[in-house]
Design a protein around this ligand. Structure first.
Ligand code: O2Y
Ligand code: MN
Length: 598
């Protein structure tokens, strides 16, 4: 047991949490491998964790069926004024929310251990790194945080006596009575779950869920929701973006930051293996980018995370060979199926279904079973260092300079394969109106169209209209050093459901056009919605894309775009007078161009 620590504010906060939550024990995490192995061994003996005979140092967890994904309906941005949270966030006044949650936290860790996890988002020593401290009663969370962040004594050392940290309180919300047997995946009922953010205080309180984004508080809660609000105040950017380095045959490096809504193949793109001869890619991050304007006036980026929390279903040697090689060993799997020989399996793994498996609920499963063997939001947690495509610069404390922003979404129709913005304001408009058809990564209807501005709809910790304004301001500050902005859509389909574009590694052909545009090597056609490649501008050597598919992928359907306008106006209308005039101007300009290009 550790004595009082140097940072008095931290000690005092932990003391307050302990007095409120009343754990049986308090344990300060040191971040060592021995600690990880000890906790994992405890969870194996309790039955919560299943060691995988076929994958070295790898384990399978099964969550409670009610606790399988981020819960947007129970996620709150608690600012003093509701207007500051904006229309896209759930809001409860801080006093009221704290009163309710204090009632829930009271005694909630009885029968459990409170683990204190000092963690760093960003490489320790980076001017951009931020320290958080999560107190949790879930050893599963501790092991995941070991992988997803930098944890332990080295963080406390960096914090020192006076350093600043963001307090993150988490409980599964399932106190144990004396002698009461624990659940394999303890959690609280949906109506008691709260994923709460107090951005003005850099404070996070999460209660009732042990899953992913609800519980690993460094990720979506700190590195996106609270960090985005902080970035707005402090003049930097916290974005839901992968970071990718593309290297041309001549050795020119291009750094791309790309925003896609959940379940649009972001991890696949982050780990892309280009199919164009001579082009290479390195992964710097698959989910979050923190960016700031450097001394040279350019935009620099780090990945604040240390691991990948990727969706397993659909990950295969065809869709993402790099991820498959990354998860060969030393992985935490959650809600995958268990094969009889002690491995994991999921739908879309690219290998035949086992004749028998145990599904994510712990039930016998055989092919033909109506329910999937793995939950659609089943996950792997794995250190970034294990990724064979990881960039040697992924932990560079200075970051990498961003050349290009790419926005995307999953749209079966209307939105072309790739579009380049006319200028920064138009690029902000493309980001602000980005939309996608929903999938299983979030609880709610599957297949519905939703506007997901900058892929930040679930993650923006303040009024989204002010966030748009922040993007405009950053562009003003960056001037001619601003990254160029593009929009892509890999998901176009024919009416019969056939994909128009092969996707995966072939997406490098679109990225090559983007890089060529940045360096002025290739032409584009000006259309009503932006610059598009002509069919002959895309390097399609070695890939069979029928000419009529390509024509459709690059066609601007003026009538369909006119139909989008009312929905864009509705979307912008929710922000009222807070929406920047420059975005109203963009809608009007688009309408005019659509009229002129008739
Ligand atoms: O459902 C969850 O808790 C995880 S969601 C997630 C995980 C990793 C990366 N991105 C996401 C997301 O929803 O954007
Ligand atoms: Mn994400």
């Amino acid at each position: 047991m550790r004595g009082p620590i140097a940072n008095q504010r931290l000690q005092q906060w932990v003391d307050e949490v302990v007095a409120l939550c009343q754990p049986d024990e308090v344990y300060w995490c040191d971040g060592t491998r021995a600690e990880y192995e000890r906790l994992m061994a405890q969870m194996v003996s309790s039955g919560a964790s299943i060691p995988l005979a076929k994958r070295p140092d790898s384990y399978l967890f099964r969550s409670d069926p009610s606790d399988v994904a981020r819960v947007e309906a129970r996620t709150y941005i608690s600012t003093p004024s509701q207007d500051d949270a904006g229309p896209t966030n759930n809001w409860i006044a801080p006093d009221e929310l704290k009163r309710t949650m204090t009632g829930l936290y009271d005694g909630c860790m009885r029968g459990r251990t409170a683990y204190v996890i000092p963690f760093s988002m960003g490489p320790l020593g980076s001017p951009m790194a931020k320290i958080g401290v999560e107190v949790t009663d879930s050893p599963y969370v501790v092991c995941n945080m070991h992988i997803m962040t930098r944890v332990g004594d080295r963080v406390l050392e960096a914090l020192g006596a006076d350093g600043d940290f963001m307090p993150c309180l988490h409980s599964v919300g399932a106190p144990l009575g004396p002698g009461e047997e624990d659940a394999l995946w303890p959690c609280a009922p949906m109506e008691d779950k709260y994923i709460s953010h107090f951005p003005d205080e850099n404070l996070i309180w999460s209660y009732g869920s042990g899953y992913g984004g609800n519980a690993l508080l460094g990720k979506k809660c700190l590195a996106l929701r609270v960090a985005s609000a902080r970035a707005h105040r402090e003049g930097w950017m916290a974005e839901h973006m992968l970071i990718l380095r593309l290297i041309s045959p001549e050795g020119r490096r291009y750094h791309i930051a790309a925003a896609f809504p959940s379940a649009c193949g972001k991890t696949n793109l982050a780990m892309i293996q280009p199919t164009i001869p001579g082009w290479r890619a390195e992964c710097l991050g698959d989910d979050i980018a923190w960016m700031w304007i450097g001394a040279d006036g350019r935009l620099w980026a780090i990945n604040p995370e240390a691991g990948f929390f990727g969706v397993a279903p659909g990950t295969s040697y065809q869709s993402n060979p790099v991820a498959m090689d990354t998860v060969r060993a030393n992985v935490i799997f959650t809600n995958c199926a268990l094969t009889d020989d002690g491995d994991v399996w999921w739908e879309g793994m690219g290998v035949p279904a086992p004749a028998h498996a145990v599904d994510w609920r712990g039930h016998d499963w055989t092919p033909g079973n109506a329910a999937p063997a793995a939950h659609p939001n089943a996950r792997f947690t794995v250190p970034a260092t294990q990724c064979p495509g990881i960039s040697p610069d992924w932990e560079n404390p200075e970051g990498v300079p961003i050349d290009v922003f790419v926005f995307g979404g999953r749209r079966a129709g209307v939105v072309p394969l790739v579009t380049e913005a006319f200028d920064w304001d138009h690029g902000v408009f493309l980001g602000a109106t980005a939309s996608s058809e929903t999938t299983a990564a979030n609880i709610g209807a599957v297949g519905a169209l939703r506007r997901d501005p900058f892929a930040m709809q679930p993650f923006c910790g303040y009024n989204m209209a002010d966030y748009f304004g922040h993007w405009l301001t950053m562009g003003d500050r960056l001037g001619d050093k601003a990254p160029r902005i593009f929009h892509v859509n890999w998901f176009r389909k024919l009416a019969n459901g056939e994909w128009l574009w092969p996707g995966y590694g072939e997406n490098s052909r679109v990225l090559k056009w983007i890089c060529d545009r940045v360096d002025g090597r290739v032409a584009a056609q000006e259309t009503a919605i932006g610059y598009l490649p002509r069919a002959e501008d895309l390097d399609l050597n070695g890939v069979a894309v029928p000419a009529e598919h390509l024509a459709e992928l690059l066609r601007v359907d003026i009538a369909a775009w006119r139909n989008e306008i009312p929905d864009i106006q509705r979307h912008f209308g929710q922000f009222g007078a807070r929406l920047p005039q420059r975005l109203h101007d963009q809608v009007r300009a688009l309408e005019e161009r659509l009229a002129n290009y008739e």
